[in-house]
Design a protein around this ligand. Structure first.
Ligand code: V47
Length: 386
């Protein structure tokens, strides 16, 4: 069950209602203030209104009710084990074919070396994802997990999107239940939220038809949750999808979460257009990114955390997002490839202290978390002293 912590001043609530009434969002505000679930039409109205700041204020109300001023981050590192991929997604700038410039595939030992290089840093999580490459045998994935765990036994391995789990099961030729059990035994602790894109069959057909469909992604996430693993969820926005398709995507995530409760955080991923088949598209603006954070917070009433992934937003926009519904900025990252291949100009890593400073600068309380949102360090005590 989602936790609501903060109590609100009735005057502040009345002011928010008044502001929403003036913005034509009065009905939505009534639902938000009374904790009533928003429906499809509400979602459409939130996308169509010009009153972005009122949408943000409503989302901020929900954020503070659920998470107060607390803003989570972790000390993590990314490892992308290969960029070889047979899915040819139109939005992707990361994938390569064998022999193509920049193509690579790490051995499990090379991945473990990446972990050993960070042993002096207080890393608690490794985020492992890669291309879908059928020539990698089942044993490769198990070895990868074992090697990483051996290099740093305390590390939480958040690995493999639903698309990769689908591929791993295909190559394993075993029941999914067995595969998940064996991956867990080898070191898998949870799964990241990528690969969902937009669930619409129309967009799937147009841009990524070789990848599992939206229904298949959701079914895999359900099975992963039922096997006892937590995961995150995402939506890739700002390309060829319609607003209806975005609302539908959020509703489908919400329905699955009602059943399993397995999603920890939702992360809207803004499309980056450099070096891919959709390079002619402009990609979302900063305001689009803020709106997406806010609508995610308002529609996904059963997911505790909304992440503003600083790698894909500029850092100042991620700071603003903390007042538009987001309560998490992801982590220190170390060597991000997917967004930098697609034109991201943010740094590839930041220091733990930088994350703390940005969160404080935005007027929020930094909390270092582990992957499952256990508190590793809290800035709450200092905030009370000041
Ligand atoms: O699966 C790929 C997307 C995802 C582009 O779970 C692109 O904690 C925009 O899922 N423009 C990978 N998006 C990133 C991801 C993620 C990131 C941070 C934290 C977590 C988590 C998950 O990025 C891919 C795909 O959906 N993507 N190319 C692009 N050009």
């Amino acid at each position: 069950m989602i936790n609501a912590t903060t109590k609100f001043d009735p005057c502040a609530e009345a002011n928010l209602q008044k502001r929403a009434d003036l913005s034509g969002l009065g009905n939505i505000a009534e639902k938000v203030l009374s904790g009533t679930r928003l429906d499809h039409d509400d979602g459409m109205q939130l996308y169509q209104t010009d009153e972005l700041h009122t949408v943000g204020a409503l989302a901020n109300y929900v954020r503070e009710k659920l998470n107060g001023d607390r803003t989570y981050f972790n000390v993590n590192q990314h490892v992308n084990y290969t960029n070889l991929c047979n899915k040819f997604c139109d939005f992707c700038s990361f994938d390569r074919q064998p022999g193509q410039k920049g193509a690579y595939q790490m051995t499990p030992e090379q991945a473990a070396q990446k972990i050993r290089e960070q042993l002096d840093e207080p890393v608690t999580e490794v985020h492992i994802v890669g291309g879908v490459w059928p020539r990698l045998p089942y044993e490769y994935y198990l070895e990868l997990l074992r090697a990483v765990k051996q290099a740093r036994p305390s590390i939480h391995i958040k690995a493999f999107t639903m698309v990769e789990i689908d591929q791993i099961q295909k190559v394993a030729k075993k029941p999914l239940e067995t595969v998940l059990e064996e991956l867990r035994e080898a070191g898998l602790d949870s799964c990241p939220g990528g690969g969902a894109e937009i669930f619409s069959d129309r967009v799937h057909q147009e841009g990524y038809d070789k990848k599992i469909s939206g229904d298949e992604w959701l079914a895999m996430a359900r099975d992963v949750h039922l096997a006892g693993l937590r995961s995150n969820c995402t939506m890739l926005h700002g390309h060829v999808e319609t607003l209806e398709e975005r609302v539908d995507h959020l509703e489908r995530l919400r329905r699955l979460q009602d059943k399993t409760g397995g999603f920890q955080a939702y992360i809207p991923l803004s499309f980056h257009p450099a070096n891919n088949e959709w390079s002619h598209l402009p990609g979302p603006t900063a305001l689009d990114e803020l709106r997406e954070i806010a609508i995610g917070r308002l529609m996904l009433d059963n997911i505790q955390h909304i992440k503003a992934y600083w790698i894909l937003m500029d850092i100042p926009i991620a700071q603003l997002a903390l007042s538009f519904g987001a309560d998490d900025v992801d982590g220190t990252v170390v060597e991000e490839k997917i967004y930098h291949d697609a034109g991201a100009t943010t740094p590839q890593e930041v220091q733990r202290e930088d994350l703390i400073d940005w969160i404080r600068e935005a007027g929020r309380i930094p909390i270092e978390r582990d992957t499952l949102y256990g508190v590793v360090w809290s800035g709450e005590a200092q905030a009370q002293e000041n």
